[in-house]
Write a protein that binds this ligand. Structure first.
Ligand code: BEZ
Length: 212
């Protein structure tokens, strides 16, 4: 069965371009992004890996560790990484799992046989420091993912975890947030010293807490 939000992210040990990794141990107290690629030496994947590498400082700022995966072997990953550096202008600066035996792909249900029974789809899992799955995304092989959107979702998840706010439609960093319904007005007084605008009792808007 596929993984659902709130499930524990399955642990595994895998060979990667940065050595053998035990996933939970490697994550430590960090957030994590695990994402799969259909195949090495393919054009869309090449651009995605370049972008993920360019955004490493943004992931670091958010205490997020990034790890990629494809079912190709390590020597193929190493060769492809040279092309990525050459064409995308950034060396791949995070580990890439060589999942030739599909162990991790199967654990995370990354192979969708009706799309392809050989390649993984473009899966993304965001994992919290509690090792629980916080976000899943599945894109087809032909559509590159938006890594800036991924950062936006991570910002939202971290605001919820740290400040008990949710983020409204099309929210971007710095916009007002919504006080989650589980926080009473009484508790909100202490949590949100900048106050809030009560549009409806269930719709309370407050400035982004880590910006005031
Ligand atoms: C790509 O990464 O470019 C790609 C991979 C598999 C199918 C189509 C595109």
């Amino acid at each position: 069965m596929s993984l659902r939000l709130g499930d524990e992210a399955p642990d595994f040990t895998a060979e990667t371009t940065q050595g053998t990794i035990n996933f939970h141990e490697w994550l430590g107290d960090s957030w994590g992004v695990l994402f799969s690629h259909p195949k090495d030496y393919t054009p869309v994947c090449t651009t995605e890996l370049g972008m993920a590498a360019q955004l490493k400082p943004e992931f670091d700022k958010r205490n997020v560790k990034v790890i990629g995966l494809s079912v190709d072997p390590l020597d193929s990953h190493f060769g492809w990484e040279k092309d990525i550096e050459e064409t995308q202008g950034t060396a791949v600066n995070f580990p890439m799992i060589a999942d030739s035996d599909r162990k991790v792909s199967d654990l995370y249900d990354m192979i969708h046989p009706n799309a392809s029974d050989t390649f993984t789809v473009r899966s993304v899992f965001v994992i919290g420091p509690d090792k629980k799955v916080k976000l899943t995304m599945t894109y087809p092989a032909s559509t590159g993912r938006n890594f800036v959107e991924l950062l936006r979702v991570i910002d939202s998840l971290q605001l919820t975890a740290n400040y008990s706010v949710a983020t409204p439609v099309n929210w971007k960093d710095g916009d007002d947030c919504i006080i989650v319904p589980a926080v009473s007005n009484e508790d909100a007084k202490a949590k949100f010293p900048a106050g809030w605008n009560e549009i409806k009792p269930y719709l309370r808007v407050t400035p982004q807490p880590n910006k005031v």
